[in-house]
Design a protein around this ligand. Sequence first.
Ligand code: HSE
Length: 405
Amino acid sequence: MIQIAVLGYGTVGSGVVEVLNRNQEVIDRRAGEEIRVKYVLDLRDFPGDPIQEKIVHDYNVIVNDPEIRVVVEVMGGVKPAYDFVKRALLAGKSVCTSNKELVAQHGVELLDIAMKQKVNFLFEASCGGGIPIIRPMVTSLSGDVIDEISGILNGTTNYILSEMAAEGAEFDVVLKEAQQRGYAERNPASDVEGYDACRKIAILSSLAYGRNVDFQDIHTEGITKISSADIKYANAWGASIKLLATSRVVDGKVYAMVSPIMLDANDPLYSVNGVFNAIFVHGDMLGDAMFYGQGAGKLPTATAVVGDVVEAVRHPHDGDMMGWSSEKLELADYKELKFRFFVRMKGSFTESLDKVEAVFGNIDAKVLAQVSGEFGFITEKMTEAQYLEKAARFDNILGMIRVRF
Ligand code: HSE
């Protein structure tokens, strides 16, 4: 029998216990061992709940117990998770985590410790929740050179943008509704400012390109400035607006960015709506592939963690770096990337057209009756540096969104 401990009995932690209980027979068969939860670490008590007999408040009980072979870290945040995970690995226990902050910040160091200790550090649930993406990328695609990963990696923002499109409502209104329905955190900054997606694309890029991508180097914009007017223009072009986390290799340089992007119906990510996530991967041999599913939520995230536990039980001494070296990957300047740009401009279209065309060249413009006192246009493809230089010649630009069609 393999005894494990779960750190944190919140949404994901209680999900891990539920998955292990409900699917016990099949999980034990696949692991080739009985997997049982011996301890659950939480600050709280759960009187009347069967979990109470496993609750401990002192991490030392877990880390000092030689019977514990796998530690599941689902507390979130870096403190004290980093300390707990490091101590578990140093004590010769495998760790499975869903914690993207921890993996983005300390992943390479923790993988190194796991490798030296000949145990596993696994984090399938940290990117895309229940969607299998990390193991497919580091194992099934090991014969491929990956040159693009683009994903809708945050369910909260995708839900908000989908609702804004469906209801024509403003960001603040939909955010409040999402919070009331439990789809958005009370402090939503990490989702709506793009930080969560940024950490996830940093992890996926480090694994895909084999060098360490510092999430702090990734240009990140959230969705707080997207308005119902932007959505109306997007509709008029037959497009949708998504928060896209993307990393691409162009002429040997790696670019990474998180920002709202306009996609049209030809894009495989166009119809990914609600809390769903999708990750598009391009490999030199594979071509295009897309991984789609529930990127958050109790049971989808928990099943990814349990999959890692089974993996750690089946291959207990397989600690490796998953191709993620500590060498820093220097990202190229995102302003070198080429896009078309959707621009909203205040004023009269007819009076502004000559100057707009003189500066931007050919444009595709729309004047929408529902959005008065302004017009919108999409430029031809250019680098962001070129766009910024042209945009600086106007003082009436209301907003810009990058376009992927
Ligand atoms: N807040 C995250 C999301 C949870 O909305 O996608 C999963 O990482």
